[in-house]
Design a protein around this ligand. Structure first.
Ligand SMILES: Cc1cc2nc3c(=O)[nH]c(=O)nc-3n(C[C@H](O)[C@H](O)[C@H](O)COP(=O)(O)OP(=O)(O)OC[C@H]3O[C@@H](n4cnc5c(N)ncnc54)[C@H](O)[C@@H]3O)c2cc1C
Ligand SMILES: NC(=O)c1ccc[n+]([C@@H]2O[C@H](COP(=O)([O-])OP(=O)(O)OC[C@H]3O[C@@H](n4cnc5c(N)ncnc54)[C@H](O)[C@@H]3O)[C@@H](O)[C@H]2O)c1
Length: 479
């Protein structure tokens, strides 16, 4: 007989959300975490990276203060102090993710490493205790991948797991990978004073976005002194930090540290998933359907381990859906199209739904793309921060299916657009909603405004409207 209604494996975002919901609903639930609750987001991901970016952003603004008529200042950077600021932010958030909060919600917390020994049966590594549950949620996350480059492992490379232990700023830093981690951390370290080389194997940075996004971020990073090398690979690391690059921008460079940001791998090895009947995708993620069910009855998965949109808010949403489905056999499902995300470079890159290229691929010339550059947005002009744009994508009937906003605070703008994508609202609905002036959100609104103007305020419209107005003038004179 099952000991529990739900056993949750992993105490990161997905696991915590699940345990708190299940406990709060009165279920018999236990969460197993082998390390600290809080997971990647709190300890090695979102929180430390955004705290670092804040310090780096201020350093950059001090250095570029002349942009707004102030005397520029070269900041004195002590990385140990910046790391102390990061740890203070983590300490402030930690209680929210602490075992006490989970227990207060009614769930048991077990500090151990869990391994499946059968369908819905899990053994604890330390004491061999086996636990059976009616349902299991696999929420064990992902880990940074180290590419098999000769000499790399011997060079003690940093990853997003370990970079937070640095106390001294590396004078020279080679960042391997131009995805979100490489771009965010590469820009931040450059702004703090490291000489950064960013090496990306693909032809552009942030490859999941429209090409102009990668081009803009490349230009910004280069302007800030980062040596960006695309279509280039690290092929060898020698003792002493000499790195050989091949491909588009080859050469040999010397570096003090290497930060590997070449992607992540779901933590599915050694978890006994075959014993549980849980199948994996060809990329090693737990295969799930949109109800978050795995191939094993009663076993669900959520978060990075599923390989679907690896973001904290997605993990939380998947976990909530999985938990309700598991406990009550509900058919709730996850829709990925309206899921927004943000890359916290400067400018921020925020996206929801389809990119312009994807919409054109699907609908050809009938796809609607409304775009406005920040140079036409008064708030951006006033701030002297005009790198960026808003690009809204609609289907041929004018319903919003995607948006990309590249701007300061773009992350604060994308939520509204995600809500509109979720209910497939018309572009005109955004335009008719009065937004406060002057805000970056007006980039999206005015993009639609310009699009409507081009479509509606045409010579044909004027030809049709003029006789009507003439008739109304005549009527007014004779009345
Ligand atoms: C540098 C960086 C910055 C990021 N910034 C953002 C951001 O700004 N916004 C955003 O949305 N996302 C961001 N992310 C992504 C985000 O951190 C992840 O998507 C999210 O944390 C995944 O949560 P999770 O619950 O799936 O996994 P995790 O948080 O990794 O939790 C999994 C937990 O399972 C535990 N575990 C593993 N195996 C076992 C086992 N056998 N038994 C028991 N416990 C086990 C682990 O110890 C871990 O605590 C960032 C990631 C990185 C690396
Ligand atoms: N702001 C955010 O929400 C945020 C921030 C950081 C990370 N994340 C999440 O973490 C995940 C992982 O991010 P990531 O940037 O590590 O992975 P990624 O897979 O997005 O990007 C890795 C990049 O490294 C390149 N690469 C891989 N091996 C290479 C090699 N040997 N030489 C040169 N380039 C190489 C790849 O071509 C790719 O462009 C992302 O998918 C994202 O969802 C989110």
């Amino acid at each position: 007989m099952a000991d529990l209604d739900l056993l949750v494996l992993g105490g990161g975002t997905a696991g915590l959300v699940s345990a708190v919901i299940a406990g709060g609903l009165g279920a018999r639930v236990a969460l197993v975490e082998r390390d600290r609750t809080g997971g990647e987001c709190l300890w090695t991901g979102c929180v430390p990276s955004k705290a670092l970016i804040e310090a780096a952003d201020l350093a950059h603004r001090m250095r570029r203060a002349d942009r707004v008529g102030l005397a520029p200042v070269e900041p004195a950077v002590d990385l140990a102090e910046v790391m102390a600021h990061i740890r203070a932010a983590q300490r402030a958030i930690e209680p929210h993710d602490a075992p006490e909060r989970v227990r207060a919600a009614g769930a048991e917390v077990i500090t151990d490493e869990a391994v499946f020994v059968g369908p819905r049966r899990v053994r604890m590594k330390s004491d061999g205790r086996a636990v059976t549950a009616r349902c299991v949620l696999v929420a064990v996350g992902s880990a940074p991948e180290l590419p098999p480059i000769p000499g790399l492992a011997e060079a003690a490379p940093l990853t997003s797991d370990t970079v937070w232990g640095l106390e001294v700023l590396p004078a020279r830093l080679l960042v391997l990978g131009g995805g979100p981690v490489g771009c965010e951390l590469g820009q931040a370290f450059a702004r703090l004073g490291s000489q950064v080389t960013l090496v990306e194997r693909g032809p552009r940075l942030l490859a999941r976005e429209d090409p102009d996004v990668g081009e803009l971020i490349t230009a910004r990073l280069r302007d800030e002194g980062v040596d960006v090398r695309t279509s280039t690979e690290v092929t060898q690391v020698r003792v002493g930090g000499r790195v050989r690059l091949t491909g588009g921008q080859p050469g040999e460079i010397d570096t003090d540290r290497i930060l590997v940001a070449g992607g992540r791998r779901p933590r599915t090895d050694g978890l006994g998933l075959p014993e549980a009947g849980v199948a994996l995708t060809d990329r090693g993620a737990v295969r799930v359907d949109t109800r978050m069910r795995t191939t094993a009855p009663g076993v669900y998965a959520a978060g990075d381990v599923t390989g679907e949109l690896p973001f904290t808010h997605v993990a939380a949403h998947q976990a909530a859906t999985a938990t309700l489905n598991a406990l009550f056999w509900l058919p709730r499902y996850v829709r990925y199209l309206p899921m927004p995300y943000v890359v916290f470079t400067d400018p921020e890159v925020a996206r929801v739904g389809l990119r312009a290229a994807q919409a054109r691929h699907r609908w050809g010339d009938r796809a609607v793309v409304a775009r406005l550059d920040l140079a036409d947005v008064d708030r951006a002009v006033a701030a002297g921060r005009t790198d960026g744009w808003a690009s809204l994508v609609a289907d041929p009937s004018g319903r919003l299916v995607g948006a990309t906003v590249v701007a300061p605070s773009a992350g604060e703008v994308i939520g509204e657009l995600a809500a509109l994508v979720a209910r497939r609202a018309r572009l005109t609905e955004l335009y008719r909603t009065v937004h406060p002036y002057p805000t970056y959100a007006l980039a999206a609104v005015d993009a639609v405004g310009e699009h409507l103007q081009r479509r509606l305020l045409t010579p044909t419209t004027r030809r049709l409207v003029r006789p009507v107005l003439a008739a109304l003038r005549t009527a007014a004179r004779t009345s």
